[in-house]
Design a protein around this ligand. Structure first.
Ligand code: 13P
Length: 338
């Protein structure tokens, strides 16, 4: 393990005012996003869309790292520059999603477990060769009266810890992503209870597997009510309960917490992050974003699969990136949405 290499990557990602753009949708997921704008998911369309994100002018003012999908890592700009090389040259650290999606958990088949550990060390060597310096592995937890089960919490924790240890051995910073899903009609309190159990299990496993907490990035979900709950808690409550829970479960050795947006509206994702920074000036970790949908949805709509919308789409991305950059300093306000 090269500590210096890991430390440098963290230093270049965890920068006040900046966050991570998650553009690592698998081919199945991007096909769903393209369907909403009536665009076919061909290899060239995926490349053309990712080129919009990657080459957005001055994106590095607000984005310090970008997570790519394996196919994208090997693609190029229309001028023939490999995407990871373009990002690195423009001050954005390239990263790679390394999990291989989810399958039903054998002993609790209504729940899903993430796969992709087999052959991971070999794959990481190839990804690193292409320029990736950090990785992402996502584990998901459904909330209901009976879920998540203890066995899922334990299995996901061990897998996240093994993945993180393997990454660090290869000089790759692991993003550890335990996502408590927004689906359902559960309350914010229920989400908090589940998230607390999940994160305790994850950090216990990270300790057992010898993962150096100084060189990971945690990518959790926020403490929110389920999407079908009767009442939407205000941003201040989400911020207060989220930070309370992070303090209970995330050691101060962790350098950066980059929240996922997980189906929140663009505005809510930004407002909730902003409220966390309003709440407290001096948090134990850097607190930022690693958003997929909340950064990309306006951009996708503006593009609509048409080459002539290239610039318009980049503008839409830059706008959301800027607003989220402001939120990492507590300087966003709803007024800026207009
Ligand atoms: P969302 O912000 O759309 O949840 O995507 C982030 C991500 O990387 C999910 O794994």
């Amino acid at each position: 393990m090269s500590i210096a290499e890991l430390a440098k990557t963290i230093q270049e990602i965890a920068i006040p005012g900046k966050g991570i753009l998650a553009a690592d949708e698998s081919n199945g997921t991007i096909a769903k996003r393209f369907k909403q704008i009536d665009v076919e998911s061909t290899e060239e369309n995926r490349r053309a869309y990712r080129e919009i994100l990657i080459t957005a002018p001055k994106l590095s003012k607000f984005i310090s790292g970008m997570i790519l999908y394996e196919e994208t890592l090997g693609q190029k700009t229309k001028d023939g520059v490999p995407f990871p090389e373009y990002l690195a040259k423009h001050g954005i650290v390239p990263g790679i999603k390394v999990d291989e999606g989810k399958i039903p958990l054998e002993c609790s088949p209504e729940e899903e477990v993430t796969q992709g550990l087999d052959g991971l060390p070999e794959r990481l060597i190839q990804y690193k060769d292409k320029g990736a310096r950090f990785a992402k592995w996502r584990a998901v937890y459904t909330v209901s009266d009976i879920y998540p089960s203890q066995i899922l919490i334990k299995t996901n924790a061990i897998q996240l810890a093994r993945y993180a240890a393997i990454c660090q051995n290869q000089g790759i910073v692991p993003i550890v992503e335990p996502e408590v899903l927004i689906d359902g009609d559960h309350s914010l309190d229920k989400c908090a209870q589940v998230t607390e159990k999940v994160q305790h299990a994850v950090f216990y496993a990270l300790h057992q597997y010898g993962v150096k907490l100084e060189y990971i990035i945690l990518k959790p979900s926020m403490v929110i009510a389920g999407a079908d709950y009767q009442l939407k808690p205000p941003a201040e409550v989400v911020a207060r309960e989220t930070i309370k829970l992070m303090k209970r479960t995330v050691p101060a050795a962790v350098p950066s917490i980059n929240f996922l947006s997980g189906g929140l509206s663009n505005e809510d994702a930004t407002a909730y992050l902003n409220a966390m920074h309003k709440l407290e000036k001096c948090l134990p970790w850097y607190v930022s974003f690693s958003y997929g949908r909340a950064l990309q949805s306006d951009c996708l709509k503006a593009w609509a699969g048409k080459r002539e919308n290239f610039k318009k789409a980049q503008k839409a991305l830059l706008r959301r990136a800027k607003l989220n950059g402001l939120a990492t300093k507590g300087k966003y306000s709803e007024r800026l949405e207009k």
